[in-house]
Design a protein. Structure first.
Length: 456
């Protein structure tokens, strides 16, 4: 599509239009790739110390604008102000962390007969990052920061509903001194700008975070061009509570394990699995904890949960929760905005849609289990395998269950899933590849092997 079009950005808390952004066409993508390829050649040729210095300057510039970025995120994504500040800070921290890897991105010397063999890690070229609307800033940075650090150029296509923070980050990159064309942001429709980015022969790799359905489509298009791809897709993560756990602590931590970001988190622990002998006590403690969650204006410092991103998402979440469904309900504002109350469903079958499908909203299901084997069976009774939690005082049990649960990221007596210093990714339908961690930069490089004969 070469016809000009616009994207309207709504405030999810009020449903009001807050901005109109020009959408990128296929021609815009092609022009951006040309600029990126030119900038990347010079960037890759620059001294590693100089690239690291500019990335640190970019991080410092982001740090100076954290409050501005956070307020923008509140308006376009409906995130609570506390979460939004963390997200902007995570961009800063990831840029700093990635900058530290620039001068440590080294190959190997491999012992061989008759000479010297070395490997060299070289940048891929132009990287396309397609970011989601649920965490617009940090997840974009998961691809952007290490790709730049490894010597690549990046074109970022933000989600159609949340382009504003991405556009501002691109401006801050230029203010920090990054070369023109090295990091570009192209807002646009997925079927227009996204497809053009995926299909462009000048783009060496696609990093996509979003639904499993769209991820499969992107993977198929990349396969046709033998193009590299990293996919971070859906999740239906378990929160496994054993009877020997600190039940009070587990119950207190459970609400925000699936209500953070209004449940719009692929790591959300929306399958609460509780050992039957502790079930009644856990539910007694969980009910008031859910009812006390503060849902409201995301700009208010006291708010714990804001609105859903859009009317379409609100309708999707509602479809999983019949009015007569038994469980625990919190409260949410009425009137304009895309609000849904914190909800815990009980009495469902283990294979009910709400128990196995990704709702992507503030809805969790509680299921009882008998023993370790039953817990692992229920935890794995879904097509996803992204994250999860295990609550127990028994270290041996924690390790056994961790080995049994098919998921890429597990926490014991915690709901933490993501740290920029540790690898992140999923099993099965939750994705392909790993992001973050000490090896993040190598995912954006090609390995070249060089043999030097020493024989006379």
């Amino acid at each position: 599509m070469s016809t000009a079009y616009e994207l309207q950005v709504l405030n999810p808390a009020t449903a009001e239009v807050i901005a109109t952004v020009q959408g990128a066409t296929a021609a815009d993508v092609d022009a951006a790739v040309g600029r990126a390829r030119s900038a990347q050649r010079d960037w890759a040729a620059a001294a590693p110390a100089d690239r690291a210095r500019l990335l640190r300057r970019f991080a410092a510039t982001v740090d100076e604008h954290i409050e501005e970025l956070a307020r923008l995120e509140v308006r376009e994504a409906g995130h609570t102000i506390g979460n939004a500040r963390w997200e902007a800070g995570n961009v800063r921290d990831l840029l700093d962390f990635s900058a530290g890897g620039v001068e440590r991105l080294s190959g190997r010397q491999i012992p061989v007969a008759g000479g010297l063999d070395i490997t060299i890690l070289e940048p891929l070229g132009v990287i396309g990052v397609i970011a989601p609307w649920n965490f617009p800033m940090p997840i974009a940075a998961w691809g952007v920061a290490p790709a730049l650090a490894a010597g690549n150029a990046v074109i970022l296509k933000p989600a159609e509903t949340t382009p504003l923070t991405a556009l501002r980050l691109a401006e801050l990159a230029l203010e920090a001194g990054l070369p023109e064309g090295l990091f570009q942001v192209l807002p646009g429709a997925g079927t227009i700008a996204g497809d053009a980015l995926v299909e462009h022969p000048g783009v060496a790799k696609i990093v996509f975070t979003g639904s499993t359905r769209v991820g499969k489509q992107i993977m198929a298009k990349c396969a046709d061009r033998v193009k590299r791809v990293t996919l971070e897709l859906g999740g239906k993560s378990p929160n496994i509570v054993f009877a020997d756990a600190d039940i009070e602590a587990a119950a207190a931590a459970t609400p925000m394990s699936f209500l953070d970001n209004s449940g719009q988190d692929c790591c959300a622990r929306t399958r609460i699995l509780v050992q039957r002998t502790a079930y009644d006590r856990f539910m007694e403690l969980l009910a008031p904890a859910i009812e006390e969650v503060v849902v409201g204006d995301p700009a208010d410092e006291k708010t714990q949960m804001g609105p859903l991103i859009s009317r379409a998402q609100l309708q999707r979440v509602r479809s999983y929760v019949p009015d007569s469904a038994p469980g625990i309900r919190g409260s949410a504002p009425e009137g304009p905005g895309f609000w849904f109350p914190p909800t815990v469903l009980t009495g469902l079958a283990a294979d009910a849609p709400a128990a196995v499908e990704e709702v992507f909203g503030p809805v969790a299901v509680v299921l009882p289990f008998e023993d370790e084997a039953d817990a692992v069976r229920l935890a794995n009774a879904t097509e996803y395998g992204l994250s999860g939690s295990i609550w127990t005082r028994d270290v041996g049990r924690a390790l056994r269950v961790s080995r049994g649960v098919a998921a890429g990221n597990l926490s014991v007596n915690s709901h933490s899933s993501v740290r920029y210093s540790t690898p992140f990714g999923g099993y099965r339908q939750s994705g392909l590849g790993r992001e973050l961690g000490p090896d993040a930069l190598t995912a954006f490089t090609e390995t070249k092997n060089v043999f030097i004969s020493t024989e006379a």
